[in-house]
Ligand binder design. Sequence first.
Ligand SMILES: *[C@@H]1O[C@H](CO)[C@@H](O)[C@H](O)[C@H]1NC(C)=O
Ligand SMILES: *[C@@H]1O[C@H](CO)[C@@H](O)[C@H](O)[C@H]1NC(C)=O
Ligand SMILES: *[C@@H]1O[C@H](CO)[C@@H](O)[C@H](O)[C@H]1NC(C)=O
Ligand SMILES: *[C@@H]1O[C@H](CO)[C@@H](O)[C@H](O)[C@H]1NC(C)=O
Ligand SMILES: *[C@@H]1O[C@H](CO)[C@@H](O)[C@H](O)[C@H]1NC(C)=O
Ligand SMILES: *[C@@H]1O[C@H](CO)[C@@H](O)[C@H](O)[C@H]1NC(C)=O
Length: 633
Amino acid sequence: MALPKLSLAAGALLHLLSAVNAYPGRPVTSSTLVERADQLLPEYDYIVVGGGTSGLTVADRLTENGKYTVLVLERGVFRNDSFVTTVSSGFWGLFDPTLTFAFDSTPQEALNNRTFIVRGGMILGGSSGVNGMQVVRGQREDYDRWGQYFGRNSGWSWNSLLPYFRKAWNFHPPSKELVKQFDIKYDTKYWGSTSNVHASFPTMHFPSLKTVMSAWKDIPGVKYPADSGSGETGAYWHPASVDPSVMLRSFARPGHWDGIADQRTNYHTLTGQRVLKVQFDNHKRATGVVFVPANARDQSEARTVKAKREVILATGTIHTPQILQASGIGPQKLLKKANITVVVDLPGVGANFQDQPFQVGASFNFTNFPFHPDLNDKFSNATFIAEADAEFAANRTGPHTIASGNAGSWLSLPVIAPKTWQDIARRYEAQDPAKYLPKDTDPRVVAGYRAQQKALAKAMRSRDSAIYNFFLRGAQDEGSIVFLHPTSRGTVYIRPEDPYFSPPEVDYRALSNPIDVDILVEFTRFTRRYFTETRLKELAPVELAPGKDVQTAEQIAQWVRANMNPTCFHPVGTAAMMPQHLGGVVDEKLLVYGVKGLSVVDASIMPDLPGSYTYQTVYAVAEKAADLIKARA
Ligand SMILES: *[C@@H]1O[C@H](CO)[C@@H](O)[C@H](O)[C@H]1NC(C)=O
Ligand SMILES: *[C@@H]1O[C@H](CO)[C@@H](O)[C@H](O)[C@H]1NC(C)=O
Ligand SMILES: *[C@@H]1O[C@H](CO)[C@@H](O)[C@H](O)[C@H]1NC(C)=O
Ligand SMILES: *[C@@H]1O[C@H](CO)[C@@H](O)[C@H](O)[C@H]1NC(C)=O
Ligand SMILES: *[C@@H]1O[C@H](CO)[C@@H](O)[C@H](O)[C@H]1NC(C)=O
Ligand SMILES: *[C@@H]1O[C@H](CO)[C@@H](O)[C@H](O)[C@H]1NC(C)=O
């Protein structure tokens, strides 16, 4: 069915132009952006809640053949400012409160009661429009593990996801000179060449990266895989989500929406609207959603739009559980406290919350550093910045083609803790999981965590699963270390006194499992070895943190509690794809248990973290989700 083509009213056009006024004179191409809620159709085949990374990917695929009508409802608006588009801004957009949501977590008891800002993209394009653009894939074992929670013949595995990694990403190899100069390995067989979402390399790297990357060779057991997408551990170069033809950020909006939505009369997008809840009929079939203008503080302007086939949640790991709980799907006790009628008692909604901590490990400064330029020149050397600006303006080459970085190591516990990994895995496996989850955790969620505990203990013993990531920046001082697989589990719950409008209560419960502390002690010890027992010795590294006085396990643990940040903005797990008796929220087809016509397609379905950042995987999951949804249409 074709929809009537909607024209933009003057007010909406002004609104759009004000969002893009950094580029005056540019026509706004998004004409099916529906400007007023009263212009929507009463019913669509599919309603996609959230026009972010996964939502826009799924909506693109569902509207492709013209058979289905689709509405995307997005809380943010169309923004194309320079923090969004400019490659060299890296992830600064994440700290712009007009491009993101941002609110405080609960105080983290094991982190000296510090609170942390929970952030994510809130524009058309979502977090893909504000993230650091680092395109990194997990290991084979990560995706196989997700399937194994369902038994042997699961539809989820490395092999079944690889075609979707290829579909999701259009890979552009690094230049021959760069490959030679920096010893970069890549293999196009792990990538595709058709997507409008691009993965590419800068035209230069900071020279010290060659040395710091080669130093991993001096650590026993570190491999150099054939490609960053081969699903292995080791040291490697990875691309960034940059469209090399224009040297701009490539993300879900230009990749899956610009110039597409306005060509398809079956595709409507309404921005600036917040979905409060999903509605159900007497047979627990999702029939539509209730939404309000994004700035509303009560339901007086609430509207309803109906979905004939499916409501698809794509609001991300923080807000998907909020919408589910506010709709009556979640832990019964919590819903009762909030006076919300229980549709399904699904205790896993909002449980199993995970993110990747950073500011762990150690950082060093090279005092014998024969390299120029380095990353710090980009921030503090006016001559260098002026040259870089001129080069980028003239040729679209040079330092400004670097986003947040392209090199690092992704290492297993046996490699980083050769003396203690067996003991750590054994002690972790012997734990009673209920002891480390919140009191009164539902037995189904505990059972799910027990299954994860077994699987993660196996991953801790494997040389093919990464737990430690050192992200190298090409600076005189280095120390960006990420904990890929924390064992602690947090929660994301509605506030009973204000379930719809308040941000949810986000508790990382960071380091609530003491095994995480033991692992992070090894992170510091290992990072010290990397700087002081490899070829990096010649650069005369001086420890900046934790510092020479911090030596015993207890001293290191104290430093971690005072310095660790529990989030890299890689949250997953709050609507986990696990069997229902294991506290799962969606099945292998991504349908929510206990109701009909409701699915989830964002990072909240990942049952546990991949041994990488989450961005690349979000697109692959969304591509697979679109096929699953089409197959049942
Ligand atoms: C977004 O901004 C970039 C950079 O100025 C520009 O090239 C592009 O056309 C803009 N996209 C839209 C849809 O306005
Ligand atoms: C953190 O706050 C809790 C509750 O207020 C308190 O009991 C505890 O002593 C505090 N811990 C630290 C390390 O300050
Ligand atoms: C690193 O060492 C250099 C050379 O000694 C020094 O100039 C610089 O300030 C140091 N940087 C930091 C972050 O300590
Ligand atoms: C700043 O950058 C310029 C141009 O690359 C370089 O010649 C100069 O040595 C740098 N200055 C410092 C203090 O590193
Ligand atoms: C642009 O590239 C040309 C050809 O390589 C070069 O001669 C020129 O110096 C470059 N311009 C700037 C500003 O770097
Ligand atoms: C729930 O409803 C009861 C009875 O109407 C009322 O006393 C209570 O304050 C309500 N709780 C919330 C969180 O609104």
